[in-house]
Write a protein that binds this ligand. Structure first.
Ligand SMILES: Cc1ncc(C[n+]2csc(CCOP(=O)(O)OP(=O)(O)O)c2C)c(N)n1
Length: 675
């Protein structure tokens, strides 16, 4: 659209009504097109954006619920601010789809979260309107405060807006940011998008407090008069602030139903109906003029417009996709030549059929319930991920032994340490990527005290569509450096159960990592024939002459596939299930280093500091006797961030750690040397 670029200001003059009923959204290529709409056109644009999201995201899959809720808010933000100059930060950024739709990316929506397609979060490579590539919760206020502090030095400093959900506001880092911001002179607008839900129902006393604000009689009364109250917000800068302060106690109570934020030095405005786009726009125009840090409390409905939205917001938080869409799901034009994953025709380990597939998550959750039945010391902890970690079933079975801390990994880890100190056996189920938040507590409260806290690191390895913010590819490196830790990874369902059982008998911190994947259906050895699972013992699954693959966790399946494919070509290589990255089975490793030409290590983790690094370090301690030791080749994720792709398998291919790549590497190594 070639409209002039209106600056944000008073609403544009009403345009001639669109008598043809043609799509407004079709005319939106940039936020300036949103600003040029007449006020009476704006609700229709919102409906079109919502319809567009319902149609496309149910086809592509992705975070639907939160996005359906912030349509009006996003439209209003883009009408009031000019984010070519002002700055907008989304917390987590899973709710940035309407923003993407309005900032020139709607035509690529069919590629959402697919290989080479649009990212599911904000991403500076995609648009000048995306400042950060984030996916972890709670940081938007700090980012906003940093921007505001830096930009304040400019004459006519731009506005900075951080949009944060009610559950993310409960994250420690967001509290830290508010605590700091309220004591500064910064000009920052924090928009609290309160839909009462995290992925599950929001937990904690902050959430209770917000819900008291929603339901207080005073606010309900004020709500009926909100428009006139908002209109009472004066318009001009410092004078506005002064006048706001002078509104008097009655008005203050209308705007400040509780004083928690105000006591922190943050001016509270709201709550405002987040689906009344005209009211939102009006309110934003007025709070834009206020000095200092302002928190605008906006009430939205998660999943608005979806039939399941009102009754089951959790079901629509993220949807799988697959529904037919008016929008053609096109093949994504390849920027990079990414080879398709090669699935071996005959596999050593049967892959489960779709109907009978069981995830590692489910096996873990069932095993933990089983364990808790036998051991009253077992408690389960999650940081806002009861369904993602499978612990929702545990919570039903043992409500008093289940603890959801909200999005507070640091606190969850330290609390687990306290519980362990008092004699319990806490199992903290935290995604590999999110435990990064709790690293210092893992170090000081757990490892340094040598407390028996068990970490179940779900989503370890590449995760596919969520991409680099969510790939769990650093945990071996960040945990391996800590004395006292035992690091293990199960290759299949039987070893999930056995390792969890073992963790309860080991009086040290214990971490178990497993991927976002299904377990194999036919396991390589029946339980009775397995080597006993003592800490630091590996298991030989296949003997080979010249080379052996030491694989870790779920990558054992990939190694077995590669070995079988090579065997079909007359090349025998061995496979070891390392089972422990710490302590390593150094005796077996030393024997293999003496008896083979090559030892390959295989992991779905960064090469730097990972399992292969542990093997290299151990090898450096092995004394060389008469014959030279085997050469070690480390196969893992190279030193770069693995971008989002449609499937985890594609990411394994891109990183060169799928079965075909392993086979290729070994073929190259074992090729007879021409004389
Ligand atoms: C540090 C961290 N822990 C956990 C998550 C997983 N997670 C993604 S969105 C979400 C819920 C966020 O709720 P809220 O902030 O209220 O936003 P809403 O989805 O309701 O819009 C959670 C727990 C995360 N992104 N980051």
């Amino acid at each position: 659209m070639t409209s002039p670029h209106p600056e944000p200001g008073p609403p544009a003059a009403p345009a001639a009504a669109d008598s043809h009923g043609s799509s407004l959204l079709a005319r939106i290529d940039d936020p300036c097109d949103v600003r040029s709409l007449a006020p009476e056109e704006v609700p229709r644009l919102c409906e079109e954006v919502r319809g567009f999201l319902l149609d496309t995201v149910q086809a592509t899959g992705g975070h639907l619920g939160s996005n359906l809720g912030v349509v009006e808010l996003t439209v209003a933000l883009h009408r009031v601010f000019d984010f070519r100059r002002d700055r907008l930060v989304f917390d987590v950024s899973h709710q940035a789809y309407p923003h993407k739709v309005l900032t020139g990316r709607k035509d690529r929506f069919a590629t959402l979260r697919r290989t080479d397609g649009l990212c599911g979060f904000t991403h500076p490579d995609e648009s000048e309107y995306d400042l950060f590539h984030t996916g972890h919760a709670g940081t938007s206020v700090s980012l906003g405060l940093g921007l505001a502090t830096a930009l304040a030095r400019e004459a006519d400093a731009p506005h900075v807006v951080s949009v944060i959900g009610d559950a993310s506001l409960g994250a420690g880092v967001a509290f830290e940011a508010l605590n700091h911001a309220g004591a500064t002179q910064a000009r920052l607008l924090v928009v609290l998008n309160d839909n009462e839900w995290s992925i599950s129902k929001s937990v904690g006393s902050l959430s209770r407090y917000l819900s008291r604000i929603r339901t207080s009689r005073l606010v309900q009364r004020a709500g009926q008069e909100t428009r006139s109250l908002i209109e009472a917000l004066p318009l001009i800068g410092r004078r506005a602030s002064k006048a706001f302060d002078d509104l008097g106690e009655v008005m203050r109570h209308a705007f400040v139903p509780g004083h928690v934020f105000e006591e922190l030095g943050v001016r509270y405005v709201g709550p405002v109906d987040g689906h009344d786009v005209a009211l939102l726009e009006e309110t934003l125009r007025r709070v834009r003029e206020l000095e200092g840090v302002v928190l605008l409390h906006v009430l939205t409905e998660k999943g608005k417009g979806h039939p399941d939205g009102p009754s089951h917001p959790e079901r629509v938080h993220a949807v799988k996709g697959g529904k037919s869409s008016a929008l053609k799901i096109e093949k994504v034009p390849a920027k990079l030549e990414v080879p398709k994953p090669v699935v071996p025709k005959s596999s050593t380990l049967d892959r489960p059929s779709a109907e009978s597939a069981t995830s590692f998550t489910k096996v873990f959750a069932d095993a933990l319930i089983d364990l808790a039945e036998r051991d009253v010391r077992v408690h389960a902890m999650t940081a806002a991920m009861p369904s993602g970690t499978g612990l929702d079933t545990f919570a039903e079975r043992f409500p008093t032994r289940f603890h959801d801390t909200g999005i507070c990994e640091q606190h969850a880890v330290a609390m687990a340490a306290g519980m362990a100190k008092a004699g319990l056996r806490p199992v903290a189920a935290i995604y590999s990527t999110f435990l990064q938040r709790g690293y210092d507590q893992v170090f000081q409260e757990v490892a340094l005290q040598d407390l028996p806290v068990t970490f179940a690191l779900d989503r370890a390895g590449p995760v596919g569509q969520d991409g680099p913010t969510h790939n769990g590819v650093f945990d071996i490196a960040y945990l391996r450096t800590l004395p006292n830790f035992v690091l293990a990874a199960p290759r299949d369902a039987t070893d999930v159960r056995r390792l969890l059982d073992l963790a309860m008998r080991v009086d040290h911190p214990f971490a178990l990592r497993f991927p976002r994947a299904n377990v194999v259906q036919r396991e390589v050895l029946p339980e009775g024939e397995r080597r006993s699972l003592d800490v630091g013992t590996a298991e030989v699954l296949r003997e080979g002459e010249a080379a052996t693959i030491w694989a870790y966790g779920a990558m054992v399946g990939v190694a077995l596939d590669a070995a079988q494919a090579l065997a079909g070509r007359g090349i025998e290589v061995g496979v070891v299930d390392a089972r422990f990255a710490k302590p390593l089975d150094e005796d077996l490793l030393a024997r293999h280093l003496r008896s083979h030409r090559y030892v390959l290590t295989l992991e779905d983790h960064q090469r730097a500091g990972g399992f292969g690094s542990a093997v290299l370090e151990a090898a450096s301690r092995v004394p060389e006797l008469d014959t030279p030791l085997a050469r070690i080749k480390v196969l893992g994720i190279p030193d770069r961030y693995l971008v989002h792709m449609t499937t985890r398998e594609e990411q394994l291919v891109a990183a060169g750690i799928d079965g075909a790549s392993v086979e290729r590497v070994l073929t190259g190594l074992l090729r007879p040397v021409p004389r």
